[in-house]
Design a protein around this ligand. Sequence first.
Ligand code: FNR
Length: 376
Amino acid sequence: NEIYLQGLGGQVPPFTTDVTGLEESARERLGPGPFWYVAGGAGSGATVRANREAFDRVRIVPRMLRDASERHLGVTVLGTELPAPVLLAPVGVQSILHPDGELASARAAAELGVPIVLSTASSYSIEEVAEASGDGPRWFQLYWPNDPDVCASILDRARKAGFTTLVVTLDTWTLAWRPRDLDQSYLPFLRAVGTAIPFSDPAFRAGLEKAPDEDLPMAILRWVQLFTGKDKSWDMLPFLREHWDGPVVLKGIQHIDDARKAVESGVDGIVVSNHGGRQVDGAVGSLDVLPEIVAAVGEQVDVLFDSGIRTGADIVKALALGAKAVLVGRPFAYGLAHGGQVGVRHVLRSLLADFDLTMGLSGHRSPAELGPDALR
Ligand code: FNR
């Protein structure tokens, strides 16, 4: 309605309402290093493509005369009500895209009541982002450090700063072969990383011989060593439970057996995700594995989904296949690149409006009414 009314006054929206167009203009705005940091995938990009192809193979079959004029987008996830089945995915070092970085995303999400999932690799500290998020819902994403003291310290700070839910990313215990980042020697990343969370973390600083501002290269090296090179195992999960008293969600599940193990290990939820195709080149499209995982564990834990969501129709499809909610990555990162808080808000509102209309026009009044019979 806002867009129609502004149109009557001769005004057009500040940025395109089409995510593909937004990606194209982000390319011009950002330059190759930062742009490919967002757009790039692992290896040949086969999994980035597979994520989209999986959505293209599934189609909505609209229903008529079901009075979907009144609609509700709200869902309950992990016992908490969300205004819509959408969260901002954890995206690291957002200051590469806009100087306000995670502060802008947190403010935009809070305006709409959409949860942020703050990355361990944030450009702003946990406490700064919490302040920007105000009363907004906030979850914390953990890259599991190799040092248990640093891990405990980060979790403690996140809890105290009002982050309610822990999302543990399992698929990035070391960085994949990412040619587009390697060709830039990770320069945009390294330039921005100087303020990343562990640099402000007391347990991390205690392990350094010199303060980060006295020896930045060494601090960065230690930081990278802290988060890469060492995989964890299922029997280490109790450590996280000991240090986190809220819901725990495992992100990066693609195999049905891992989904079952997640349930056995007592976590509260999983995110079916392949990190937006950024980790295993040639991996299966994330939507392709969603139905079998929902069939296996959907009764026991909340199944969330990400990797490839670009439109309202994509959200309809993922929910119809059993996801309780979806995380959105690149689209909001492009919004951030366009206009900070205003850009993220624009993308979120566009996506939610598109979802609302597509759900309604296909004959559904709420996410609860979406099931596999809505699709072919
Ligand atoms: C990510 N992703 C990510 N995931 C995570 O757990 N911690 C992180 O710090 C990051 N950082 C990050 C940076 C950038 C630039 C992107 C694009 C992605 C992965 C992210 O949470 C999510 O899984 C994917 O982005 C989902 O795919 P789409 O929506 O981008 O297709």
